[in-house]
Design a protein around this ligand. Structure first.
Ligand code: GRG
Length: 303
């Protein structure tokens, strides 16, 4: 089959991810120098540099390169995306939201710095994201920068992350329909992945058809991420319970396996990888290799 050949290219996904993450980490480190008032900058750096996979920045840079842009042009936006992602995690972990004590193997921001500081660190990172894009994007037209800022603003707000979070909160403990579960995942997860590839493509000078293809690609991998998460929850918990047949985790959270059954959920995941790949078929296999492998990485991960 045609989509087999991206696997035959010499592209090394793991090395690519490691090298790109290293680059992103350096840029993030530089983006928040430690200064007065120390406490807020320490709290911002604590979560920003806590060692996430840097999926969103890497997607952004890969997408910029795919449409023929200079990857360096996407660096400020790549940092902004990670700032937004990080602030959403800080706020999501707060006692008034998910009330989590650990994140990425470390105490959550409010556990380490206190609730007041965690709220402010999130706010400051969100603000810095936009400032960073506006002031650091050199060598590209102001028109592209404004389009990127509009895309980012929309993806954070009430039609984006905030919208997904509020629907998620409202649905806790209730029976929800598949369409509502999909709304939550499209807004809490897929939308920032979507903004990542779209902003990368805008900075790289991509045309409207490129942007639409990449937007669809990101939507598929965003849903895929959550479907796979849900499937892993089931398979992990049944292993832990000594394979008690088909038992879900004992939470009130709606999941794909609960709403459609494990077999259908697996079929859905396979269909999503195939759809994501299909959006890339327009491009050279070699050029699109990072994005093909990204989809596989999300689909076939073990945790
Ligand atoms: C954005 C103003 C504003 C408020 C936040 C709290 C909230 C509104 C939204 C919640 C968003 C949320 C926590 C979504 C889950 C996202 C997700 C899939 C996280 C896991 O991402 P990975 O695997 O994590 O990329 P790492 O740690 O590798 O970065």
């Amino acid at each position: 089959a045609e989509t087999q050949s991206y696997k035959e290219s010499a592209f090394q996904f793991e090395e690519y991810m490691a090298e790109m993450a290293e680059r992103v980490n350096q840029a993030l480190d530089d983006s928040v120098p430690l200064r007065h008032p120390l406490k807020i900058h320490e709290a911002m750096r604590y979560s920003l540099l806590a060692g996430g996979k840097r999926v969103r920045p890497i997607l952004c840079i890969a997408s910029c390169e795919l449409v023929g842009g200079d990857p360096v042009a996407a660096h400020p936006i790549a940092c902004a995306l990670e700032m937004i992602h990080t602030m959403s995690l800080i706020h999501d972990d707060l006692p008034c939201m998910d009330n989590d004590d650990f994140r990425r193997g470390m105490p959550t921001n409010h556990k380490a710095f206190g609730e007041e500081t965690a709220v402010l660190a999130g706010d400051a990172l969100l603000s810095l994201a936009f400032e960073h894009v506006a002031t650091r994007s050199t060598g590209v037209s102001a028109d592209r920068v404004v389009r990127v800022i509009a895309e980012l603003g929309k993806c954070v707000g009430s039609d984006g992350l905030v919208g997904g979070q509020i629907v998620d909160i409202a649905s806790a403990g209730k029976q929800i329909e598949l369409s509502e579960l999909e709304y939550i995942h499209l807004h809490k997860t897929a939308i920032l992945l979507e903004a990542s590839v779209v902003c990368g493509a805008i900075m790289g000078g991509g045309m409207a058809p490129d942007i639409e293809r990449l937007r669809k690609y990101a939507r598929y991998i965003g849903l895929l991420f959550q479907v796979v998460d849900d499937i892993l929850d089931v398979t992990k918990s049944s292993e832990e319970l000594g394979k008690t047949a088909g038992k879900d985790l004992a939470t009130d959270k709606a999941t794909y396996p609960k709403l459609m059954g494990i077999d259908k959920a697996k079929e859905f995941a396979d269909a999503l990888v195939a759809q994501a790949h299909k959006e890339l078929d327009y491009y050279d296999f070699a050029k699109a290799a990072p994005l093909y492998h990204f989809a596989d990485y999300i689909a076939y991960r073990q945790n």
